[in-house]
Design a protein around this ligand. Structure first.
Ligand code: DCP
Ligand code: MG
Ligand code: MN
Length: 338
């Protein structure tokens, strides 16, 4: 414990504790009583740890540390800072920058370029910027795409797409992944995982791109396609949709999966992204590799941790088996961070 003669700097979690303490001080100033207590408890729990807590999974196993704090602890370890704290002392265009990053298909470089050109608002961009087709769609439907989708509407997307698929090919299987599969009350988009028993990726891809998606367009459900990966990279379609009788455009993703890779795809597409990162890191520490197609062993890395060999596939089909092989207790989707 912290009273056994070890100085603060010797605590393996000293830096994490320091950053969490700054957050606690912030909430103290804000008179946010409950968050203050949560941070104090987390700090004292961390002080009792004998080794450095590196990942969200490790942090979450400690009493008094919930999912959100576990996520923050991992962020501090990985980046040596907490984004939430940086936001407190705002860089002048920080908010503009964050806003631009929310536009579909807009990344760091594009957002920075627009700020350099003097654009500050969505209207500036719509009126003055030179836009690609996708940027234009992203901007025109900015508010739509920012509006969270209630779970009841997610269920209706599920039903609607399922019914259309079954009319074309009764063996197509659909699972909505992402935040919906994690049990969230609302979602940012609809993430469909699509597979067919005993079928290659190519067959799944073809039936979706040549039959299902055109039919969903014809019905007026799909509004626009935003991105389709090339055949070699295989596997996804991005677009927008609106249910009959509704006007808000929703972002929709289809991930095409060959059935013997369903388990790995489910893990990847269920997320969340930070949980995925922890699992991948864990795999790599064990000399394995996890991606959206499978878990591989005998992966050889050089001293810079660059992969020298791809490794051999150990499991792709069974989600639970992948957890087992990684040596992690099974986590149901709704415990993979919200
Ligand atoms: N994913 C990932 N890394 C990324 C992006 C996505 O691992 N950089 C995985 C994990 C996500 C899943 O894909 O959970 C779906 O991505 P979304 O962006 O749709 O995220 P969510 O569905 O989790 O959240 P939201 O409700 O905002 O859509
Ligand atoms: Mg999603
Ligand atoms: Mn998505």
């Amino acid at each position: 414990s912290k009273h056994d003669g070890k100085g603060k700097s010797e605590n393996p979690n000293a830096r994490t504790i320091e950053v969490l303490q700054q957050m606690a001080d912030h909430y103290d100033r804000m008179h946010d009583h409950w968050r203050l207590i949560a941070y104090r408890r987390a700090i004292s729990a961390l002080q009792k740890q004998n080794s450095k807590v590196m990942t969200m999974i490790e942090a979450f196993e400690i009493p008094f540390i919930g999912e959100r704090l576990a996520k923050k602890i991992e962020e501090i370890v990985w980046t040596n800072r907490l984004k939430r704290l940086d936001n407190a002392n705002l860089e002048p265009n920080y908010e503009v920058f964050q806003n631009f990053l929310k536009i579909y298909g807009v990344g760091y470089a594009q957002a920075a370029k627009w700020i350099d050109l003097g654009y500050r608002t969505i209207d500036d961009l719509l009126e003055r910027a030179r836009l690609t087709k996708n940027q234009k769609i992203g901007l025109e439907h900015f508010d739509d795409f920012q509006t969270r989708i209630p779970r009841t509407e997610m269920d209706r997307h599920d039903q609607y797409v399922r019914e259309m698929c079954s009319k074309i090919d009764g063996s197509i299987q659909l699972i909505i992944g992402g935040s919906y599969r994690r049990g969230a009350a609302d979602s940012g988009d609809v993430d469909f995982i699509v597979t067919k028993p005993d079928c290659s990726l190519d067959i799944v891809r073809t039936v979706m791109l040549e039959r299902v998606i055109p039919k969903l367009f014809k019905k007026g459900y799909l509004k626009v396609g935003l991105a389709t990966t090339a055949r070699e990279e295989g596997s996804k379609w991005h677009g927008a949709a609106a249910l009959p009788g509704t006007t808000i455009w929703r972002r929709i993703d289809f991930l095409f999966v060959q059935c013997n890779e369903l388990g790995a795809a489910l893990i990847y597409f269920t997320g969340n992204d930070i949980f995925n990162r922890s699992l991948r890191l864990l795999a790599s520490k064990k000399g394995m590799r996890l991606n959206q197609r499978g878990l591989y062993k005998d992966v050889i890395r050089d001293k810079h941790r660059e992969r020298v060999t791809q490794g051999t596939l150990v499991e792709g089909k069974d989600e639970k088996r992948i957890f087992e092989l990684l040596g992690v207790p099974w986590r149901p989707p709704h415990h993979r961070m919200c």
